[in-house]
Design a protein around this ligand. Structure first.
Ligand SMILES: NC(=O)c1ccc[n+]([C@@H]2O[C@H](COP(=O)([O-])OP(=O)(O)OC[C@H]3O[C@@H](n4cnc5c(N)ncnc54)[C@H](O)[C@@H]3O)[C@@H](O)[C@H]2O)c1
Length: 264
């Protein structure tokens, strides 16, 4: 059994109070790290993680001044920043562009996409001084193609991927690796209240279920770790096979008996 991969590493996580970010925080701590969580609200995360290895900073990733203060507070406290995991995101109402509230559109792009920019422009110079660093961003399978009714969210997440790739190119020779994960559907507070829709989504996932946030967090930890030392500029899809198909329905169910080899 290999040893812990993050002993004494300093991990800055946005959206770490809930869902995927909370699971990732717990896993990082299990592997020896200190986590510095930036989120809009604390939501009891310090009780779960304990204050010895976790710090909470209340801030909005959509505000450049909050991003700067939070990263500076992390570096002031720990003396360094090894890994930035930008995972916070604002969900979106499902609607079409003509009905999309203008301010809400701007907020979603600002939180999800601009947040990565605001954080990276403070984190990268620190990593340059350290001559090493890792950034992981949480995008989504919504970044990989158009998504019905999800204009702002899909645009923000797709933008994150090309920002991630560009920063990866620009900083590859400085020993800074930058990658993204693209989760498919996970039951978390963000996806609560979808009701009947969940069944439809789960049915369309080849593995037949949503992802446990821990399964996605483990992929984020892989990218953050030395196990991914030769990976940069990549989007790692963690979606139970959702994005593996072409978009065509599963016609196997409808093929007449005489054409089926497997059931003769
Ligand atoms: N749940 C899914 O099905 C799913 C699918 C694909 C991608 N994702 C992505 O995974 C990431 C985590 O989502 P989750 O499902 O764990 O959601 P979640 O709602 O459980 O957690 C998101 C956290 O981000 C925080 N946050 C939101 N806006 C913020 C802001 N402006 N500043 C600081 N913190 C902010 C929230 O307070 C919350 O604690 C997000 O980037 C989301 O887009 C989720």
């Amino acid at each position: 059994m290999p040893g812990p991969r993050f002993t004494d590493k300093i991990i800055f996580i946005t959206g770490g109070s809930s869902g995927l970010g909370a699971e990732a925080s717990a896993l990082f701590i299990d592997e020896g790290a200190h986590v510095f969580i930036m989120d809009l609200a604390e939501k009891g995360i310090l009780t779960r993680l304990g204050e010895e290895k976790a710090t909470f900073f209340q801030g909005d990733v959509g505000k450049p001044e909050d991003c700067e203060s939070a990263i500076r507070a992390c570096v002031d406290k720990h003396g360094r920043l090894d890994i930035l995991f930008h995972n916070a995101a604002q969900p979106t109402p499902m609607t079409t562009v003509p009905f999309h509230d203008l301010v809400q559109f701007q907020q979603i792009i600002n939180t999800n996409l601009c947040g990565l920019f605001y954080l990276a422009r403070i984190a990268i110079p620190q990593m340059q001084v350290q001559k090493k660093g890792v950034i992981v961003a949480t995008a989504s399978t919504s970044a990989l193609g158009g998504e019905y009714g999800l204009a702002s969210y899909a645009a923000s997440k797709a933008g994150m991927l090309n920002l991630m790739r560009t920063m990866a190119l620009d900083h590859a020779r400085e020993n800074i690796r930058i990658n993204a994960i693209c989760p498919g559907y996970m039951p978390t507070p963000m996806t609560e209240g979808l009701g009947e829709l969940v069944k439809v989504v789960e049915e369309s996932i080849p593995q037949g279920r949503g992802g446990d946030p821990t399964e996605v967090a483990r992929a984020a930890l892989f990218l953050a770790s030395e196990d991914a030392s030769y990976m940069t500029g990549q989007a790692l899809i963690v979606d139970g096979g959702w994005s593996a198909h072409s978009g065509a329905p599963n016609l196997l169910k409808y093929v007449p008996q005489q054409f089926r080899y497997d059931e003769k």
